[in-house]
Design a protein around this ligand. Structure first.
Ligand SMILES: Cc1ncc(COP(=O)(O)O)c(C=O)c1O
Length: 459
């Protein structure tokens, strides 16, 4: 799905129309706005100031750019230049904003303690930034946060408090902590210093590939794209800035449409980095001004992109980091003939998620095939069909008998094979061979068996 490209100027005019925004905002929605009437914003000078503050390669290092000819063939782009920010310290861009925020606080006051709520990358970014700057950090994480992320956050020197089942509960507790102490709260995106810090990545991208026609940036709460788009608007105003959201967590198209930030009650995406479910007045106003287009990508497209990046580009990225590549492969974004720069913004891929993604993507590619073969329940049948499969050089992962089904007559059974194939054409040959030997066969993880015949491997 794609939100219609919007006129950046129209957004600016709309923001000026405070009356219109007030008419649209309900009380509840207004309560969620953390910035005051759109008056707070971020300028390129703020991003430049952030770049000076974070000029310490032990905290933020310049990340490489790599060309992908495979993606060029798939998308028709002239050049695909992957920005490998998942190779940043802590595995994401988050330290940029956090370090800028905490240093800016140190310039104006003397906070000795910061608090943040996060289930993932922001936690690690704040922990590293605070420790480097000699400030204590308490990160509130939901009890459901993966142990690896909790350990990594502690490893960067923060103390972690596990509170609540979900992010909202963790956030509420973090705010209580701030109210009770004089600690500084470090928001994940709704803060001009955070946005400016993330914007330093925009400066780097413009320096890396000044001729980029399009850059593609994943959006959660919008801090990352707001910072990058602010830098691009100044340094390379002709470059198109495209935002990407996960279909199950897309708040920006609706927010642009209504002119106020929209939040989702629940989100459904494998890309937890962009599963925020809401943006802020600050980030929406910058997106309206500086972002040209927003597209959405499905879980399946994100899973395919994760696998593709591993296979072809040898890069391990998390769902949010792969969303930009999913976008340039989708029909909603035309990059033919362009120099395009997808941002791989995070690499903290949980191993359980990796397994889920692999199974899903391999299934879509027909590389995992589950076959149900109708047999007479007699000795030798399993061996016969197994050797048919083996003759086609396919590996059988599992096999079982199923006899307790109403549609089976006495003396009949199903054999359920899970088979590894090299793709759709190989799968088709195996299915044909079994059918030609006289056994009725269904592909139960691809209900339309004929799809096997026509669907060439996409990746
Ligand atoms: C890897 C990754 N990519 C993208 C984002 C989105 O950033 P933002 O919330 O600033 O839009 C996040 C946010 O946590 C992230 O962790």
């Amino acid at each position: 799905m794609t939100a219609p490209p919007h006129d950046r100027r129209r957004g600016r005019d709309r923001l000026a129309a405070d009356g219109e925004r007030d008419r649209l905002a309900t009380d509840g929605e207004r309560d969620q706005l953390a910035t005051d009437g759109g008056s707070v914003t971020v300028t390129f000078a703020d991003v430049e100031a952030a770049a000076e503050r974070i000029d310490d390669p032990t905290v933020v290092k310049p990340t490489p750019v790599e060309r992908s000819t495979s993606l060029e063939e798939m998308t028709g782009a002239d050049r695909v230049m992957l920005k490998l920010e998942h190779l940043q310290w802590t595995g994401s861009f988050k330290t940029r904003g956090a370090y800028n925020k905490i240093r800016a606080c140190l310039e104006t006051g003397d906070p000795d303690h910061v608090v943040a709520a996060s289930a993932g990358n922001h936690a690690q970014g704040v922990a590293l930034a605070a420790t480097t700057l000699g400030v204590d950090a308490t990160i509130v994480m939901p009890t459901t946060a993966p142990q690896t992320k909790v350990d990594a956050t502690r490893g960067y020197g923060a103390s972690v408090e596990l509170v609540g089942q979900d992010f909202q509960a963790a956030m509420a507790y973090a705010q209580e902590l701030v109210a009770e102490t004089d600690a500084e709260f470090v928001h994940a995106f709704d803060d001009p210093e955070i946005v400016a810090g993330q914007g330093t990545l925009g400066i780097e991208m413009c320096e890396d590939v000044p001729e980029a026609d399009t850059i593609v940036v994943p959006i959660g709460g919008g801090g990352l794209i707001s910072g990058i788009a602010t830098a691009v608007a100044e340094l390379s105003p002709e470059t198109r800035v495209v935002g990407v959201q996960a279909t199950g967590a897309a708040t920006v198209p609706d927010s642009l449409e209504k002119g106020i930030p929209q939040t989702l009650e629940s989100v459904d995406t494998i890309a937890d980095g962009i599963a925020t479910g809401g943006i802020s007045e600050l980030t929406l106003s910058i997106i309206e001004r500086h972002v040209d287009e927003v597209v959405t990508v499905t879980n399946g497209e994100i899973a395919d992109a994760i696998l593709l990046l591993m296979e072809r580009a040898k890069q391990v990225v998390e769902g949010a980091g792969a969303a930009s590549v999913a976008a340039i492969r989708s029909d909603d974004l035309d990059v033919a003939g362009e120099t395009v720069m997808p941002l791989l913004c995070g690499g903290n891929l949980d191993m359980t998620m990796l397994r889920t993604v692999l199974v899903h993507a391999l299934t879509r590619r027909r590389q995992i095939l589950r076959l149900r073969v109708h047999i007479e329940d007699r000795p030798g049948k399993m061996a016969e069909i197994s050797s048919l499969i083996a003759d086609h050089d396919a590996n059988i992962q599992t096999v079982r008998h199923d006899r307790a089904l109403e549609d089976l007559d006495v003396g009949e059974a199903y054999l359920i094979f899970q088979v590894e194939t090299s793709g759709a054409q190989h799968a088709r040959r195996i299915v044909d061979a079994i059918a030609e030997s006289g056994y009725p066969v269904d592909v139960i993880n691809h209900p339309d068996v004929n799809v096997l015949a026509t669907d060439a491997d996409r990746a």
